[in-house]
Design a protein around this ligand. Structure first.
Ligand code: ZN
Length: 456
């Protein structure tokens, strides 16, 4: 493939409009990490490229995780005693705590409040919240509505099922001249949200569609998977083949008005990192480069110390730094065709560059300097679960409601991501900006939970 292939492309703005239309079609579907919403989404993607679909049964063990029960939902609402429906899943699927167990009962205002999620700082927006691995039920509403609720007997109905089933994901493979692969991945698990989730899905569907008829050096593997559990499932099932992955990108948040932001792979100076930076430099547009951090999307799993694959993530505004993030405002007005088109063009140019440099790139010197530390004031640990993130909530030291953050959880992620025997606690403190004392305390806790072993 060469530059003329890029010239032959349909006009980029037209591709942006087509991507936008596909996003609008996917928007109303209530997705989750499992269930019919994901299958419907994969069917729509298959109109662009014929996906190979996989169904992984509930209960399948994948590293430290277990494929959860399958969740489906038909309807959900809250009614006042006079019959007035005040919360209605049919109006927005964000109203239901994703993965809510079925409920059919009458509750007081105070019991109802225990199951309501709001955003006090953004009182007109509905938050997106999940409870995948901890059985719970709940509703998400605007804070303004919350403030108006009165004493009453509320009828609460969640017509959902949480049963043995399977986790669905889609894969599309384009065979190039070489067995070396470029991995392009996005997630298909968020309900009605555009930038965080759907923008990446439509970008990769269109990219796959445009690459499939070209003659390529690399082979290309596209993944449409539920975030976190999906990449863990995929890595578990494909562990023997991950060495073929020479470059990778996680596509998410590629449709907002912000400038392009590239999050480097954990390796930091891999060919993909240099290639993306070069393309962004040449674009003439503003951009930002950030170092790897163990927050974000599936790069957390692909770059976990046991894999450490050269996978970065090219986004526009870094999530969660846009106020629409994980709210009802991440909608079809927030994402625009022109931004999708611009992101598509950048991704395409990155592939072009990788193809151009195929076989010419310098080989990386993998020899690591032996780690020297001040043993009185520093410590070095090894993660005992280095392949993907360990399932932290089963240790009782991690948050239970998806979408909320706290300092300890953040510290845990930083430590586990760099507990590879090559980074000391002081290194981790420097990288993360987290106070050394806090790092040391949490490392000790992780050691008692048998997640870490001290080696120095
Ligand atoms: Zn998200």
């Amino acid at each position: 493939m060469n530059h003329s292939e890029f010239q032959k492309l349909k006009k980029i703005p037209e591709i942006g409009t087509e991507m936008y239309d596909m996003m609008v079609k996917l928007y109303p579907i209530c997705r989750s990490i499992t269930g019919d919403g994901v299958r419907k989404t994969l069917d729509i993607i298959s109109e662009q490229v014929p996906l190979e679909k996989h169904e992984i049964p509930t209960g399948t063990e994948v590293f430290d995780w277990i494929v959860p029960k399958e969740w489906n939902i038909k309807d959900a609402y809250v009614k006042k005693s006079n019959g007035e429906k005040i919360i209605d899943f049919q109006k927005s699927n964000l109203h239901v705590l994703n993965y809510s167990v079925p409920v059919h009962k009458t509750v007081s205002l105070s019991e109802l409040k225990d199951h309501l999620f709001t955003l006090p700082d953004q009182p007109t927006l509905i938050p997106y919240r999940t409870s995948y691995y901890y059985e719970n039920w709940g509703f998400c509403i605007t804070h303004n509505q919350f403030l108006q609720l009165e004493e009453d007997e509320y009828k609460v109905v969640i017509d959902s099922t949480l049963e043995d089933g399977s986790l669905s994901y889609g894969e599309y493979f384009i065979k190039g001249e070489s067995k070396d692969e470029v991995l392009l991945t996005c997630y298909t698990c968020h309900p009605s949200m555009c930038n965080d989730n759907l923008s990446g899905v439509v970008l990769l569907a269109f990219l796959a569609n445009h690459l499939k008829n070209l003659s390529l050096q690399y082979s290309y593997r596209f993944l449409f998977i539920p975030e976190t559990i999906g990449s863990i499932v995929w890595l578990y099932r494909n562990e023997q083949n991950v060495a073929k992955i020479k470059h990778g990108l996680v596509a998410t948040c590629v449709g907002d008005p912000g400038i392009s932001t590239y999050k480097k792979s954990r390796q930091g100076n891999a060919e993909i990192d240099q290639t993306v930076i070069e393309v962004l430099k040449k674009s003439g547009d503003d951009y930002k480069i950030t170092n790897f951090e163990p927050l974000g999307s599936d790069e957390r799993q692909f770059c976990s110390p046991g894999f450490n694959l050269p996978v970065g993530s090219l986004r526009r505004t870094k999530p969660p730094n846009f106020p629409e993030y994980h709210t009802s405002a991440d909608n079809t007005e927030f994402v625009q065709a022109t931004y999708l088109a611009d992101s598509f063009s950048k991704y395409f140019k990155i592939i072009l560059k990788l193809e151009e440099n195929f076989g010419n790139f310098y080989s990386k010197n993998n020899e690591e300097e032996p780690l020297e530390i001040d043993s009185k004031n520093d410590q070095v640990f090894l993660s005992l679960n280095p392949k993907c993130e360990p399932k932290l909530d089963k240790t009782g030291i991690y948050r239970k409601i998806g979408g909320e953050r706290d300092n300890d959880s953040l510290t845990i992620l930083w430590i586990l991501s760099y507990a590879d025997g090559k980074h000391s606690l002081r290194d981790i403190s420097l990288r993360s900006g987290i106070d050394f004392k806090q790092i040391k305390q949490v490392a000790k806790l992780l050691q008692t939970k048998k997640l870490l072993k001290r080696i120095l």
